[in-house]
Design a protein around this ligand. Structure first.
Ligand code: GLU
Length: 422
């Protein structure tokens, strides 16, 4: 599965290269990660036994700045998945024009099977294992699937103990009290909302209250469900790994969030009907379909079922390249992950700046700057898509690739050396 992901990422790189005039050297450099670390994290379990968890940190590229990207806890994490996610981060930070490269980390673990104390020991153990390869000017981790601000707080604290000094800019997504930023916990969903809002005129112009279905009810999915239903969308279905809930008239999202907070799952929901097969959410009659969980949710076998006009990729890599082709043929517009979910890393950048300057921005400053950046880069991608008559994903890759190429060329190219310099 994950070596397919990596191959798929390579195909998107090839496609973007065909559309833009970048040097062969850029392509050669972007074909593999700059560094890839595998560690073993020993954890003393509550019953006294010892378990060893495999962990990874991949730095894909640092030409535009320190590597940047989250840490994921999931049973399916392996080196190929982390490498692919780090590749996507490289393109995401370039697309948003942030002074970062791309990185990613992960631990192969089912976090639901751990107690809080075990989760803390694992998080501290992971940082101890990768401490030599991270740092504010080198590689800056953040939250991703199943890691949150509590985990980032433990990690920052562990790093400070190892270095014997406070280094808040080493990790973003921390709790507010220890150098986190306002707006970071809702940044991914806020960013996705701004992207959709910017494209609304173009994609959903004639719709009074567009219907949305969201796969994934974690941090990004649940916050986006609230934002959409507060802004005139009808959220008709949401799902998590336990169940999918549907109501064609629109769901009461706040009640579902309370239910999920109390019970840990969407099963037996207080509103709407549970779908017998949660996968049926993908084929519902909606206007916007939002995969906000894991990679590969829309693939060759289910893409034909999609009836939405727009797929907004809030997860990383939820649409495979084979499915991209099918959706394109069906006339479905895919808003690509490296744009749609880039609000998270954008507010991470704000957090990193605040930490380095010893400053604190108020919520309005964060929100205004996030909106401005999301709107600007969304318009830029839409314009390139129109000018070159290509899908939004290709346009986003072209913009990112050209920025990467410019930075790589600035460090020297074969042409400069063969021309004798100057
Ligand atoms: N994990 C998030 C992403 O995939 C955030 C990364 C970050 O903030 O560095 O974009």
């Amino acid at each position: 599965m994950s070596d397919d992901l990596l191959r798929d990422a390579g195909r998107r790189l090839d496609a973007a290269c065909e559309l833009s005039d970048v040097s062969d050297e850029t392509l050669t450099r972007l074909r593999q990660p700059a560094s890839s670390l595998k560690v073993s994290v020993p954890v003393r379990m509550d019953d006294g036994s010892l378990r060893i968890f495999p962990g990874y940190r991949v730095r894909y590229d640092s030409t535009r700045g320190p590597a940047k990207g989250g840490i994921r806890y999931h049973p399916r994490v392996d080196v190929d998945e982390v490498t692919t996610l780090a590749f996507w981060m490289t393109f995401k930070t370039a697309l948003m024009d942030l002074p970062f490269g791309g990185g990613k980390g992960g631990v192969t673990v089912d976090p639901k099977g751990l107690s809080m104390a075990e989760l803390e020991r694992l998080s501290r153990g992971y940082v101890a294992a990768v401490a030599d390869t991270i740092g504010p000017d080198v590689d800056v981790p953040a939250p991703d699937v199943a890691t949150n601000e509590l985990v980032m707080g433990w990690m920052a604290d562990e790093y400070a103990k190892i270095r014997r000094q406070s280094v808040p800019a080493v990790i973003t997504g921390k709790p507010l009290a220890v150098g986190g930023s306002h707006g970071r916990s809702t940044a991914t969903s806020d960013g996705a909302f701004h992207v959709l809002h910017t494209l609304r005129e173009q994609l959903l112009a004639d719709m009074e209250s567009p219907r949305a279905a969201i796969q994934g009810f974690g941090n990004a999915g649940a916050n986006l469900a609230s934002a959409l239903s507060d802004h005139g969308y009808r959220v008709v279905a949401v799902s998590d790994s336990s169940a999918a809930v549907h109501d064609p008239g629109g769901l009461n999202i706040e009640r579902l969030r309370e239910h999920k907070n109390q019970t840990g799952a969407l099963t037996a929901p207080p509103v709407g009907e549970e779908l017998t097969d949660p996968d049926d959410l993908m084929g519902l009659e909606v206007d916007v379909l939002i995969p906000a969980a894991l990679e590969g949710a829309i693939h060759e076998a289910n893409a034909e079922q999609v009836k939405a006009r727009v797929v907004l990729e809030v997860a990383n890599g939820p649409v495979t390249s084979a499915a991209d082709q099918i959706l394109d043929d069906l006339g479905v517009v895919v808003v690509p992950d490296i744009l749609a979910n880039a609000g998270g890393v954008t507010v991470s950048w704000f957090e990193w700046i605040q930490n380095r300057q010893g400053d604190r921005w108020d919520p309005d400053t964060v929100n205004t700057r996030l909106e401005a950046r999301m709107v600007k880069e969304t318009r830029n991608v839409a314009q390139v898509a129109e000018e070159r008559d290509v899908p939004l994903r290709s346009a986003a890759y072209v913009v990112a690739l050209e920025r990467l190429s410019e930075a790589m060329d600035a460090t020297g190219t074969a042409a400069i050396f063969s021309d004798g310099g100057g």
